[in-house]
Design a protein around this ligand. Structure first.
Ligand code: UDP
Length: 331
């Protein structure tokens, strides 16, 4: 039975990837420091190693205890705004932890590595939809930290034969359609959960960050991709690196939705108004970010199965309605 190490497997995207692996019958070990992740997000029967990636001795111990077919690396600092306040902290942690993890994996003979990367690599893109040939020009330290990790992995690929996949996520949202996992960040900064919570009157009214962008309704357009589709992309990438070696893919649904589209979808699905007001632009927000995922589709056969905004909002709504306190509601 294949066995995978999933760092950050107690977090939002990581926990959905764990479910995708378990659904295939694979064995999973989760390594998570639980600063953002939740113990209750790790399914029963999955080993959770509660450790920080900065603890090299613990990481080495993990590789000495188990033999892994691949590492799926989700654990990272990932809030763009926070990275603008603490750039060196973001860069040093994300880069050092990721590359030391890859080094430990290589030394243990594990030469397969899947990296959670980001659309933030592209900053203000030179064209939309954004394909893999677009200019890499991150406009914040978070995005730049992932660029540096990708470059480190490329060297490890050339020198040590590491096979890696760098998956550049666009806007991950939604939750497991079977209700086994969901989105629970603290603080929550993402549009979909904030809009749902505003509709459920669990949070104050939503602030729309600017309506003077050069888009049809004046609000920013993003590519919301269902987290379960994103999880499946990791499986596709694992298969691809096995047969073809290292790869880099942009992953989105290919559909752009404005902030107003998301509000309308939440109102339609939830049957409640989303109280909101219009505020100023948020620093660093590009007007339009939409992925071209053609390469991933063509090379791996991956297809989004929950691609519509309504699917995303329906599953996210169901989980948040069932878990008013997020994972704190669960044993
Ligand atoms: N957004 C907003 N109000 C909020 C949070 C987000 O208007 O309270 C907007 C944000 O400006 C962006 C979009 O919603 O255009 C998605 O933001 P999110 O933080 O979810 O993801 P990001 O695109 O930053 O990765």
């Amino acid at each position: 039975m294949p066995r995978y190490l999933v760092t950050g497997g107690a977090g939002f995207v990581g926990s959905h990837a764990v479910l995708a692996l378990l659904d295939r019958g694979d064995e999973v070990v989760v390594l998570d420091n639980l600063t953002q992740g939740h113990r209750a997000a790790v399914p029963a029967g999955v080993t959770l190693v509660e450790a920080d990636l900065g603890d090299s001795a613990r990481v080495a111990e993990v590789f000495a205890t188990w033999r892994f077919d691949a590492v799926l690396h989700f654990a990272a600092l990932s809030i763009v705004g926070a990275s603008m306040r603490e750039p060196l902290h973001y860069i040093s942690e994300n880069v050092a932890h990721s590359l030391r993890l890859a080094d430990a994996a290589i030394k243990a003979g594990c030469l397969r590595f899947v990296l959670s990367s980001t659309a933030a690599l592209f900053g203000n893109p030179d064209r939309v939809p954004i394909d893999e040939e677009c200019r890499i020009a991150p406009s914040n330290p978070y995005g730049d930290s992932k660029r540096m990790v990708e470059e480190g992995l490329a060297w490890a690929s050339r020198i040590h034969g590491l096979r890696y996949a760098a998956l550049r996520y666009f806007n991950a949202a939604g939750s497991d359609p079977a209700g086994r996992a969901g989105e629970d960040h603290d603080p929550e900064t993402h549009l979909v959960p904030l809009a749902i919570d505003a509709a459920l009157e669990r949070r104050p009214a939503l602030t729309v960050f600017g309506e003077d962008y050069a888009t049809p309704d004046g609000t920013c357009i993003r590519d919301y991709v269902h987290v379960t589709d994103l999880a499946q992309a990791h499986i596709a990438a694992l298969e691809r690196i096995e047969t073809h070696g290292s790869c880099r893919y942009n992953i989105g649904s290919g559909n752009g939705a404005s902030v107003r589209d998301v509000i309308a979808a939440v109102e339609r699905i939830g049957g409640r108004k989303v109280p909101h007001s219009i505020g100023p632009r948020r620093a660093g927000d590009p007007a339009v970010l939409v992925a071209a995922s053609d390469r991933l589709r063509a090379e791996t056969g991956w297809q989004p199965r929950h691609g519509s905004l309504d699917d995303i909002v329906r599953t996210a709504w169901a989980w948040r309605e069932a878990h008013p306190q997020g994972y704190a509601d669960r044993p």
